[in-house]
Design a protein around this ligand. Structure first.
Ligand code: MG
Length: 245
């Protein structure tokens, strides 16, 4: 009997870290297509951003056209470079992420992605990190909306289409490593788990409105209980110690 729960995972900083290889592959694609113009993401907040928006910002900053054809060229070149350069040695899987996805799957919880990556590069990253991509058969991606907030209804609708049943936002949990992941959950009445394996601390993720913040995803039991249970109060788990606020 499938549960009514849906869990949406962010990728970078949440499930894995590509240690700069993702950004390097993007910059390589810009330079390959448009020459060496000193492309850099300096001054741009990358964590939690949508790749399609990063593309548009970069092109505009350099006075280049960001039309659909240029975007398609960029996507294809970035994909090829990431596929070539992102070896398993250059990607680090975050502690507990695969185990949590597996445990949710075993309990018939629907699992998908909510990420700023393009779908094709999301899969390249997950594969390189050794994740079972079948655990994430649908999702919302960095080309599916004007901001991360716009991705949440897209992901929920795709979960509906995939599983043939609707998901109530109150039973949707979004797991991510930035305040933007928290925001895209709470803005739609979903629950948010902040994980401090990216640039933000447990305290910062709680301040951003996370319902639960953890130092990493390694405590599968606590996370499962929280996702599936009735525990509604804000909770912090630091180094295995659970504190109810
Ligand atoms: Mg992230």
């Amino acid at each position: 009997m499938p549960t009514r729960h849906l869990v949406l995972f962010d990728i970078d900083g949440t499930m894995l870290r590509s240690e700069g290889a993702g950004v390097a592959a993007m910059l390589h694609a810009f330079t390959t297509l448009h020459g060496d113009r000193g492309f850099s993401f300096g001054g741009l907040e990358i964590a939690g951003a949508l790749d399609a928006l990063l593309f548009a910002k970069m092109m505009t900053e350099h006075g280049l056209p960001a039309h659909d054809e240029a975007h398609a060229q960029f996507r294809a070149t970035y994909r090829d470079e990431l596929d070539r350069s992102l070896t398993p040695q250059r990607v680090r899987r975050m502690s507990g992420a695969a185990e949590l996805a597996h445990a949710l799957h075993q309990r018939d919880v629907a699992t998908g992605l909510l990420t700023g990556n393009y779908p094709e590069t999301a899969m390249i990253k997950l594969r390189a990190a050794g994740f079972d991509c079948d655990r994430f058969p649908f999702g919302a991606f960095g080309c599916d909306g004007a901001s991360r907030r716009h991705l949440t209804p897209v992901a929920i609708e795709r979960a509906h289409a995939h599983h043939g049943r609707a998901f109530d936002p109150a039973f949707v949990t979004i797991i991510g490593d930035t305040p933007l992941d928290i925001d895209c959950a709470t803005a739609h009445g979903c629950r948010a788990i902040g994980v401090a394996t990216g640039p933000y601390s447990v305290e910062q993720l709680m301040s951003a409105g996370a319902d639960l913040a953890v130092s990493d995803l390694s405590d599968t039991t606590v996370l499962l209980r929280w996702i599936l249970g009735v525990e509604l109060e804000s909770t912090v788990v630091v180094a295995g110690e659970t504190r109810h606020l």
